[in-house]
Design a protein around this ligand. Structure first.
Ligand SMILES: C[S@@+](CC[C@H](N)C(=O)[O-])C[C@H]1O[C@@H](n2cnc3c(N)ncnc32)[C@H](O)[C@@H]1O
Length: 330
């Protein structure tokens, strides 16, 4: 790792599963490979990140509608945050990694409201307008093509949907101070995304705001979060207290984003022209909830209780051990 990369890595925790892009992803955009990763044990459990976890929970509790019809977490991993969604009638946990989802099934599989979906967010298998609420936390950080990702997510919203998106901020205070004191060569004011380690990206808030606008997302609220991600503070103050103090800075941190993590609450900017949600989650069959990730045909044809087929390209998709599999072969 170069000195520059090291400096950046100090600012933002590296979430590196197998530390490689999955070159088999067919959409043409590299996708990070969390298959078989120990993300839960190696990054969260007993790893001194209780403060980050607590801050993210407070931010989501403030930004997410607490209840509704259908919520989906995109890049849900092992379902760390899924208890925040229990006010919803249906909860979709979507991830590229089947093993992460299998972990989520072990924790949440007993609850019939949960739908587990393996897929690539660049080849979205959820149908347009199906989500009341969309959440994406600690995933933008891994996206090599943010505009392509947002173009897949925005159509999932209907007239009154909310999407809460989190990203890592390259213009954080630590990076600014390092740059001003010449201990870091890259400028935090340069709008271009910074890939400080393969498939780990930090983003300039202005750059991200422009991409969201281009994608048809209206930003209604922005929070800066995790201002106190410093070992000296984390070691000496209880995580809950530090998180509550941090939450007092959310709004000012949104106006002047110097925190390493930014949360935005967005909606479709053409919301008035979109249809209202039509049916309650219980009334939507898998054939209607999903679309073909290969050719976008919708609805799919149900060929069995756990089998779907695309009426256009004839691809077949199935559910095994509670997980619907929409990952396309190379
Ligand atoms: C750092 S983990 C975050 C998990 C969870 N959101 C959390 O905060 O605990 C990133 C997750 O995003 C998923 N991911 C990355 N790129 C993806 C893609 N193109 N499609 C679907 N999931 C993706 C990974 O498989 C991984 O589980």
């Amino acid at each position: 790792m170069s000195a520059n990369n090291l400096a950046a890595a100090n600012c933002t925790a590296i979430e590196k599963p197998n530390s490689k892009a999955d070159s088999t992803a067919p959409a043409g955009v590299p996708v990070i490979d969390y298959e078989g990763s120990g993300y839960r044990q190696d990054f969260w459990e007993g790893q001194g990140r209780e403060y980050e976890d607590a801050v993210e929970r407070i931010a989501l509790q403030r930004l997410l509608p607490p209840q509704g019809g259908r919520i989906a977490e995109i890049g849900a991993g092992f379902g760390r945050l899924a208890d925040l969604y229990l006010g919803y009638d249906q909860i979709v946990l979507f991830d590229y990694s089947r093993t992460m989802l299998a972990d989520a099934v072990r924790k949440w599989g007993h609850d019939p409201r949960f739908v587990f979906v393996a897929g690539n967010l660049y080849e979205m298998p959820l149908a347009a307008g199906t989500l009341d609420t969309l959440v994406m936390v600690r995933v933008m950080h891994h996206l090599a093509d943010v505009p392509a990702a947002l173009a897949q997510l925005q159509p999932l919203l209907h007239r009154s949907s909310t999407a809460v998106l989190e990203y890592a901020n390259k213009r954080n205070l630590k990076a600014v101070l390092r740059w001003l004191s010449r201990r870091q060569r890259w400028s935090p004011f340069d709008p271009a995304p910074l890939e400080f380690v393969a498939m780990n990206f930090d983003f300039h808030p202005g750059w991200m705001a422009a991409k969201m606008k281009n994608a048809g997302l209206r930003v209604d609220e922005r929070f800066g979060a995790s201002h106190f991600r410093l070992p000296a503070l984390k070691e000496n103050l209880p995580a809950g207290l530090l998180a509550r103090l941090d939450s007092r800075l959310f709004q000012i941190g949104g106006k002047f984003p110097l925190a390493p993590s930014i949360f935005v609450r967005t909606a479709a900017s053409d919301a008035a022209e979109r249809p209202q949600r039509e049916a309650s989650p219980g009334e939507v069959s898998p054939a209607h909830l999903f679309r073909c990730p290969s050719c976008a045909a919708h609805p799919l044809a149900a060929t069995g209780p756990t089998q779907l087929q695309c009426p256009s390209c004839a691809r077949q998709y199935g559910q095994t051990d509670r997980i619907w599999d929409f990952k396309l072969p190379a």
